[in-house]
Write a new protein. Structure first.
Length: 255
């Protein structure tokens, strides 16, 4: 199938984008002491996102994709959708934490980057300066590339349904064991972007989710399994409500 060939090319490109910075930083800065591990980690993240933006610009020019198609405009109607998007991101975060009660996945989620300690991670997650990088800049760069370029291209070539499914799959695989929870969430995000043609919605969803994860991740890990399940059920209800509101508005527009 032609779509598999296209997806395969994107998968290889994305793999290299995320692999090369790690190898490069570890090689160039191998002389740094273990106490400088944070600097190496930050360099790796920054370089990865620079490569994402460069790749987005290169593909944009090669495939004649205009950034004006992404639409960054905000108006009164957009504010309504942004509110729903933020509410949905809360529900998704609550639902995603269900993975902490699955033994096979819990250990991998609780792992910390090489050289880090749990205390360092918790301290960073409550630092406003640090949160700007993984909670704001990273989501913006990733959404520009994954929704603005990859999803856009797949939808143009293969239609809305196939484009959204494969575009969401490519992005979700990056999240490892969280794939089973990330994939359905970004199916919805991809659909909203497809219908509204505004990159702000997935950006807000992504940023909100990352902020919740940074601020509440440590607290959730210490919760009892029964409480996490309760949170997940509430999350599912919130997600369902958000989808219903979007569906209702879409029906109203058609009428």
């Amino acid at each position: 199938m032609k779509i598999l060939k296209t997806v395969g090319k994107y998968a290889v490109l994305i793999y290299l984008i995320y692999l090369v910075p790690t190898i490069l930083v570890n090689s160039v800065f191998s002389f740094l002491r273990e106490t400088m591990v944070l600097g190496k980690y930050v360099c790796s993240i920054v370089l990865t996102n620079i490569l994402l933006v460069c790749a987005a610009i290169f593909i944009k020019n090669k495939k004649n994709i205009s950034f004006s198609e992404l639409d960054f405009k905000l108006n009164k109607k957009n504010t309504y959708y942004l509110c729903i998007t933020m509410i949905a991101s809360i529900g998704f975060y609550m639902f995603k934490n269900l993975i902490y009660v699955i033994p096979a996945f819990k250990s991998s989620l609780e792992a910390v980057p090489n050289g880090f300690t749990v205390e360092m991670v918790n301290s960073l997650n409550h630092s406003i300066g640090w949160m700007v990088l993984p909670c704001v800049l990273v989501p913006i760069c990733e959404e520009l590339f994954f929704r603005g370029i990859v999803l856009n291209d797949l939808i143009k070539q293969y239609g809305g349904i196939k484009g959204i499914i494969w575009g969401s799959a490519i992005f979700s695989i990056l999240h490892g064991s969280s794939f089973i929870f990330v994939f359905p969430a970004f199916l919805v995000v991809g659909y909203v972007y497809y219908k509204k043609k505004n990159i702000i919605y997935p950006m807000v969803f992504h940023i909100s989710n990352n902020i919740f994860a940074a601020l509440l991740g440590g607290i959730v890990r210490d919760c009892q399994s029964v409480d996490i399940v309760r949170f997940a059920v509430i999350g599912i209800i919130i997600i369902a409500l958000s989808v219903f509101l979007l569906y209702k508005d879409e029906r109203a527009i058609k009428k």
